[in-house]
Design a protein around this ligand. Structure first.
Ligand SMILES: [Zn+2]
Length: 128
């Protein structure tokens, strides 16, 4: 289980890096540099990204345990929050599950990683 989460955390960190600015980008870039030389920086990445409200919400949607949950959640877990949200980008294609967090309100829609020419829409605009 831990291995799978590790991989997802690193994957989202790499996906998010180009979209971040300032402090978050700088810090995440450093952590990814440490990852590249073999360090385990998963917890630090999650803690860093958790500082951003909509990224934290998105990570919870992806079932990545943020710090608060690690500390306070008991056994069993809980259902992930609903995807019907104005904080999460989703692919327009109904067969695609790729999502990204909104980094800044009003930002232009990113493209889906798997469907290059397709701009993403907010989760609360996706039908069906
Ligand atoms: Zn897609």
């Amino acid at each position: 289980m831990a291995g799978k989460d590790d991989k997802l955390t690193y994957e989202i960190a790499r996906d998010l890096l180009p979209r971040l600015q300032g402090y978050l980008r700088e810090q995440l870039s450093k952590l990814l540099g440490r990852l590249d030389v073999g360090e385990n920086v998963e917890i630090e990445i999650i803690d860093l990204l958790s500082e951003h409200q909509s990224i934290r919400k998105w990570m919870q949607f992806l079932n990545i345990n943020t710090n608060r949950e690690r500390l306070f959640e008991g056994l069993g877990g809980k259902p992930s929050p609903s995807i019907s949200s104005s904080d999460i980008w989703v692919c327009r294609r109904s067969d695609c599950n790729y999502t990204l967090p909104v980094i800044q309100a009003g930002e232009s829609a990113p493209n889906c990683k798997f469907h290059d020419a397709i701009t993403m829409i907010l989760a609360n605009q996706k039908k069906g």
